[in-house]
Structures are given as structure tokens and as C-alpha cells.
Write a protein that binds this ligand. Structure first.
Ligand code: SAH
Ligand code: SF4
Ligand code: F3S
Length: 434
């Protein structure tokens, strides 16, 4: 039996996809290995979102080729977004035997059979229908507590900086019955938390069921589980989603709401379909309906033509919202996107990095302030395991997705426990059991 090793890069959707890939291969008798030196097949499920994500993967491909040279017959395969973006160029590098885009995974068994016989393989066809709805993923995470469920694929927005619509294709929603079934299956297998995944979950639609409807159906089907979702788009998140969150005790109070920029001029160039004021109004609505809701974000520093004034607008929207956490990047031009075709990438690298540093240090302060405001509060936390720093401490996240640690010898991963916050760092709430 052939052994498959897989490394996963990029977003949670790729994690979910690797689980689908394993499920497809397992049915054909492939075994999984976590030891690359034992693998007959080495896969990287890849990300193209920024140039440095791709550079890192090229570095890994070099490493894989050490295995490939030492053990003739080993197949190196590139899956995911970089496969879709670079296509034949990956095979032409001479370092890769198989290239499969995100909608080609059902064909992997045939492709592998041919590749293992020495015939290079490529399938980068995108589909309008594929959702892998009928495939039960093989959960790859080992803690057995938290599972991802893809509810849709692709993206129909064309944010000008973003490569995702090109690598993932058109948006399609998965049959809601298969999502509910998968949620119940996770509950039966002992999982305690689900994250519903899509690039733009608010545009989910399966017949009469929109995202708020789906969220309610899932929350009611598995009342003992905690439900999360990502990613919400500020232009689309509806009051109905917020009221569904408020009316179901098991939906986590956390919304990831990428702002990207605080400047209306830049938002327009980015082709985000909201303004700064719209974003602030959505935040106000979230806080009105779910007062203790955490709000986190993504931001891009140094997009084409960004001035110091635009940058100041980004800093001020961070300050105005007081994000609980943020993923922060500087702009990386992606070939083929609208921005790459239309706007020069004209903010010098040193300016981009300086602006990014300024956003990061502001967010560090905001994260600390957000955590300090929690001192004295009590939270229900889902235990993930022992804390990285001290083995007599457990760690887990509260509803707001904040990491908590506390001394505890009595509980285990998968338990829900009550804690009180005694102190904090910028990244963690330091708690005691109550
Ligand atoms: N669908 C999500 C985002 C998915 S990509 C949304 O619309 O919000 C994750 C994050 O990567 C984005 O939110 C953005 O902040 C960042 N990103 C995307 N393209 C980028 C680029 N070309 N350069 C730098 N960051 C980028
Ligand atoms: Fe990219 Fe915009 Fe789609 Fe998000 S919504 S994946 S940023 S195109
Ligand atoms: Fe990366 Fe593709 Fe996700 S580009 S962020 S792995 S959708």
C-alpha cells in the first residue's frame, strides 16, 4: 500500500480540502504518513495569496526533491491555489510530477496511478458545481475537539488585489442537508466545535436557505456543540445573521470582519463594496445586537497609491473599532489580478513595512486593552489541551475566540469549563477555574 504525506498551507479552507483529499485517497487504499521519508507520494496543498506564501512553497519543493532524488519513484504533487495559478509552469520546473487544482481532487486516484508509473499529470479545470458535498472528510487534526466544514467554494467578488477568484473559481454553495449531516456526524464522533467555512459566508444560498438560515439549522442540529464561522464580508453581513447569533446560545460571539483599509478612496480601488462609514455602522449594529461580540479583522498596508493620509485613516478605524485581534499584511501584487493590470504597485517596500509596523504596534495595544477589559469576567472555555508553556495548565478558547490558560489537573481536551480572568497578556487571558 502506498503512503501519502501532505503539508497544508494557506487558509482554513485548504485544511478542509486536505481532509477531503485524504478521504478520497483512503477509499482507494492509500495510507497516510506523517514521516516524509516513508512517503511514496508527497503533496503540498498550497496558497497563492501573497508572493511570500508562494516563495515558501518553492522552498519546500526543493526539499521534497531531495526525497525524490534519493528514492526514485516518489511522486511530488502540488495541490490547491498555486497549482491552479501556475498550472504547467509547475511541471515545467522539472521538480513536480502532479498538479491538481482545487476542483480536481476526485480525479486524484487516477492521476496518482499514472504519476506513480512515471507519467506527469495535470488537472486544473475549475468547476461551477463541485462542492465535494458527498465526501466525509478524514479529520487530520489530532485534538479531536474542533472541526472545519466547508459550506461553499470559490468567490464571486473581484477585490482588485485578490487572487482567490482566479484560483478557486466561481462561488457555489453546498447542499445544506449535507452540511447538517456532516455537523451531526462530527457531534457523534465527539467533536465539540464546528467552524463553517467560506470566502464570503454571507452569500451562502441553497434554495430557500441563506447563511442565517443555515447557521440556525446547524446550531439547532447540534445544540451541544459550539458553532463558529468565517469569513464575513462587511458588505453582506445581515442583521438576520446577527439576530440568529443572538438567539442561539451555542453560536460563538466572534465575527471575523476584514476591513482591508480605513480609507474610502483605497476601499474603492480595492473594489470592496463598502465605505468606512458602512463598516463602522456594521460594527455598531453587531455591538447593539451582541454586546460582547469579539470583532477581528484583516488589513492590507501599502495598497497601490496609498498615501500617508489613507494610512492614517486605517490607523484611525482600528482605533475607532478597537479590534480584538487582526491579521495584518502589506500589499503583495498578484499577477493577473485587476490591481496588477490597472494600478502600479507604487508604495516602496520600506514604506509598506513601516506602515505595517505601525498598524501592528497599534493592534498590539488594542489587543492588550481588549484583554484587560476582560479581567474579572467569567467565561465558558472549550479545553483544547495542555498549555504550551506549563504542563500543569490547560488552554482553550472562550466564545470570543480568545485563548485562555489556567491551572487544572481535572479536565481534558473537549470539556467545557468555567473560568474567571485574573490577568492577561496581549495574546492570552490568564484565568482560574470557578
Ligand atoms: N474572503 C476573505 C479574505 C480571504 S484572503 C475576505 O474577503 O475578507 C485573506 C486575507 O489576505 C484578506 O482578507 C487580505 O487581507 C489578505 N490579502 C489578500 N490578497 C492580498 C494581497 N494581494 N496582498 C496582501 N494581502 C492580501
Ligand atoms: Fe478575495 Fe475579495 Fe473574494 Fe475575499 S471576497 S476571497 S478578498 S475576492
Ligand atoms: Fe491561500 Fe487559496 Fe486560501 S490563495 S488563502 S489557500 S483560498
Amino acid at each position: 500500500m502506498k503512503k501519502v504525506y501532505i503539508e497544508t498551507y494557506g487558509c482554513q479552507m485548504n485544511v478542509a480540502d486536505s481532509e477531503i483529499v485524504f478521504s478520497i485517497l483512503e477509499k482507494k487504499g492509500y495510507l497516510r504518513t506523517e514521516d516524509i521519508s516513508l512517503a511514496d507520494v508527497i503533496f503540498a496543498n498550497t496558497c497563492s495569496i501573497r508572493d511570500n506564501a508562494e516563495q515558501r512553497i518553492w522552498g519546500r519543493i526543493e526539499q521534497f526533491n531531495i526525497q525524490r532524488k534519493a528514492r526514485p519513484g516518489v511522486v511530488v504533487g502540488i495541490l490547491g491555489c498555486m497549482a491552479e495559478r501556475l498550472k504547467e509552469a509547475l511541471l515545467e520546473s522539472g521538480k513536480v510530477d502532479l498538479v491538481a487544482g482545487p476542483d480536481a481532487y476526485r480525479r486524484l486516484p487516477q492521476m496518482l496511478e499514472a504519476a506513480l508509473e512515471g507519467h506527469p499529470q495535470i488537472d486544473v479545470m475549475l468547476s461551477r458545481e463541485e462542492t465535494y458535498a458527498d465526501i466525509t472528510p478524514v479529520r487530520l487534526d489530532s485534538n479531536g475537539v474542533s472541526a472545519f466544514i466547508s459550506i461553499m467554494r470559490g468567490c464571486n467578488n473581484v477585490c482588485s488585489y485578490c487572487v482567490v477568484p482566479y484560483t478557486r473559481g466561481a462561488e457555489r454553495s453546498r447542499d445544506h442537508r449535507t452540511i447538517v449531516r456532516e455537523a451531526c456526524d462530527c457531534a457523534q464522533k465527539g467533536y465539540k466545535e464546528l467552524t463553517l467555512l467560506g470566502q464570503n459566508v454571507d452569500s451562502y444560498r441553497d434554495g430557500e436557505v441563506d447563511f442565517a438560515g443555515l447557521l440556525g439549522l446547524v446550531a439547532e442540529a447540534v445544540p451541544q456543540m459550539r458553532i463558529r464561522f468565517s469569513t464575513s464580508n462587511p458588505q453582506d453581513i445581515s442583521d438576520y445573521v446577527l439576530s440568529t447569533m443572538a438567539s442561539h446560545a451555542n453560536i460563538a460571539h466572534h465575527i471575523h470582519l476584514p476591513v482591508q483599509s480605513g480609507s474610502d478612496r483605497i476601499l474603492e480601488k480595492m473594489r470592496r463594496k463598502y465605505s468606512r462609514q458602512w463598516y463602522l455602522d456594521r460594527v455598531a449594529k453587531i455591538r447593539e445586537i451582541i454586546p460582547d461580540c469579539a470583532i477581528t479583522t484583516d488589513v492590507i498596508a501599502g495598497f497601490c497609491s496609498e498615501t500617508e493620509e489613507d494610512h492614517a485613516d486605517t490607523l484611525s478605524i482600528f482605533e475607532a473599532v478597537g479590534f480584538d485581534a487582526a491579521y495584518m499584511f502589506y500589499y503583495s501584487e498578484r499577477p493577473g489580478t485587476l490591481a496588477a493590470r490597472k494600478y502600479p504597485d507604487d508604495v516602496p517596500l520600506d514604506v509598506k513595512t513601516r506602515r505595517l509596523e505601525e498598524i501592528i504596534s497599534l493592534q498590539n495595544r488594542l489587543s492588550l486593552e481588549s484583554n484587560r477589559a476582560d479581567i474579572g469576567k467569567r467565561f465558558t472555555v472549550l479545553v483544547e489541551g495542555t498549555s504550551k508553556k506549563k504542563k500543569e495548565e490547560l488552554c482553550g478558547r472562550n466564545s470570543q475566540n480568545k485563548m485562555c490558560v489556567w491551572p487544572d489537573c481535572d479536565h481534558k481536551a473537549g470539556d467545557f469549563v468555567e473560568v474567571e480572568v485574573l490577568d492577561c497578556t496581549q495574546a492570552t487571558l490568564l484565568c482560574k477555574l470557578v
